[in-house]
Design a protein around this ligand. Structure first.
Ligand code: ADE
Length: 235
């Protein structure tokens, strides 16, 4: 069982997403627990301010250290040791390899920032694994945290069912390694003049596997040749 502790100013936003699809199924199966914490609950004063103006001037607000430290010190003792994830565009880039790494953890604590940034003492105070989901700036860490939760919980044993589809997919470590997916078809056999390829109707498993591999290779070469370079680099 994997336990997530998610520290956020918008627990309702995070919970809303966790109530759907695979993240919900993973929780119902007991493969994962989500514990949401609002660090505003740990802020002082009538206004419970969690941000303040930056020393040295400049635009935007900065997340204050006190409510964050207090909330983390409250949450951490609630279970065993946690892998600490800080969502920030300055972190290492998230990918399928990182998701596989995280899926092996027993407990992950994630801090979602808002505002222009964190007081540097928050960075210094804990042994963070700083993670970015890509080179763009979002308004907060909630969507990155949910992205990471989704990519991670679908890798937990039993969550996707017996056909092990997680392992066959693009970017997984399955037989086809880092190739993009081949084209999929379902019924009807003809739709608005577009037909399902003959080979997929043949029932010939060898031919089907060969066609799919060819298609996956072609698609990867056309769209993401960088993935094929990575493949050779790893050999
Ligand atoms: N917070 C804001 N933008 C982000 C990003 N791209 N990745 C992770 N955390 C973020």
């Amino acid at each position: 069982m994997l336990r997530f502790d998610i520290l956020t100013l918008f627990p309702e936003m995070v919970e809303a997403v966790l109530q759907h699809s695979i993240p919900r199924i993973a929780r119902e199966q007991g493969a994962v627990e989500y514990h949401l914490h609002n660090f505003r609950d740990f802020a002082e004063g009538v206004h419970q301010a969690v941000d303040d103006r930056p020393y040295g001037g400049g635009a935007g607000m900065v997340l204050k250290p006190e409510p964050v430290f207090k909330s983390i010190r409250h949450v951490l003792p609630q279970a065993g040791p946690a892998h600490m994830v800080l969502l920030t565009p300055q972190g290492r880039r998230f990918n399928q390899r990182v998701a596989e790494e995280l899926a092996k953890q027993p407990r992950i604590l994630m801090l979602c920032g808002r505002y222009e940034g964190f007081d540097e003492r928050i960075r210094m105070g804990f042994a963070w694994d700083e993670i970015s989901i890509g080179d763009y700036v979002l308004s907060g860490g909630e969507l990155p945290a949910l992205t990471i939760v989704d990519a991670t919980v679908r890798l937990l044993p039993g969550v996707l069912g017996d056909d092990a589809s997680a392992h066959e997919e693009s970017f997984g470590r399955g037989l086809r390694g880092k190739l993009l997916e081949y084209p999929h078809y379902t019924r009807p056999i003809e739709f608005e003049g577009m037909k399902v390829p003959e080979v997929l109707q043949s029932g010939h498993h060898g031919e089907i596997a060969k066609w799919r591999l060819e298609q996956a290779l072609k698609r990867t070469k056309d769209r993401r040749p960088d993935l094929l370079d990575d493949l050779h680099d790893e050999e």
